[in-house]
Design a protein around this ligand. Structure first.
Ligand code: CDP
Length: 235
């Protein structure tokens, strides 16, 4: 059995709405299988940060196709848990609220999606990856052997984001507001699910897992069990 599992390397696509537990689950599943974890949300966040840093948001709102210029010299790399945007470590900055607020708009633009889809397909070419996002099972890797769709109650998701923000909060920084967080999450989910291109949607073959009442360990076990079933069938 062990030999079969080592020989066959699959793609595991994990999609779902904001704060549904995708990245924590995906990272742990990747560790357990010795696979590479790719956080595609971090890639959309990096493009958004670049737009904000260059002060181009208003220009792009007025003429969305102008985002193509900025994509010409963009490089996004992962170094372990670090995200490098043109060589600069942006791991923390891409999680800031100012990025979260604009990321759904930037990720609805065709040139952005085309460019990042290409990069993601290249990153997964050798397989043996766990990739999380909104359209991995539907658009980026519709042939992924295992597709997971994680969902959770919006209040529960807001509580998770709240806990993350509290954990990272610097001394004296303002406390996040739970109702406001829940509202922002709902607005982003709506934008991601309603957009014309690659909307957030469950693939018919995806296994839906509701994580509202699951611990991280249980979530990881559920995905690993499904992955091991597939790997054993491939012997
Ligand atoms: O971590 P969180 O669930 O808040 O979001 P994320 O995975 O970091 O993704 C941030 C945003 O990027 C999403 O709200 C989407 O607008 C966009 N995104 C996307 O359009 N397609 C993906 N494959 C991944 C993210």
């Amino acid at each position: 059995m062990k030999q079969g599992i080592e020989e066959k390397r699959i793609i595991i696509a994990i999609d779902g709405p904001a704060a549904s537990g995708k990245s924590t689950t995906a990272r742990k599943v990747a560790q357990r299988l010795g696979y590479t974890y790719i956080d595609t949300g971090a890639m959309y966040r990096s493009v958004t940060l670049k737009v904000l840093r260059q002060g181009l948001l208003d220009d792009i709102r007025r003429s969305p196709e102008s985002v193509s210029d900025l994509l010409q010299d963009i490089s996004i790399r992962f170094d372990g848990d670090r995200v490098l945007l043109n060589g600069d470590d942006v791991t923390t900055e891409i999680r800031e609220n100012r990025v979260s607020r604009e990321v759904s708009f930037i990720s609805s633009l065709k040139p952005v999606r085309d460019r990042l889809r290409e990069m993601q397909q290249e990153l997964g070419r050798q397989r043996g990856v766990v990739m999380d996002g909104r359209d991995i099972g539907t658009v980026v890797f519709p042939d992924a052997e295992l597709k997971i769709f994680l969902v959770a109650d919006s209040r529960e998701r807001a509580k998770r984001r709240y806990a993350e923000l509290i954990a990272k909060r610097s001394d004296g920084a303002e406390l996040p507001d739970l109702d406001a967080l829940e509202n922002e999450i709902k607005i982003r989910d709506n934008a991601d699910a309603e957009r014309a291109l690659a909307p957030l949607k469950k693939h018919v073959d995806a296994h839906e897992i509701d994580t509202s009442d699951l611990t991280i360990e249980r979530q990881v076990e559920r995905v690993l069990d499904l992955a091991l079933d597939i790997l054993q069938d491939c012997r």
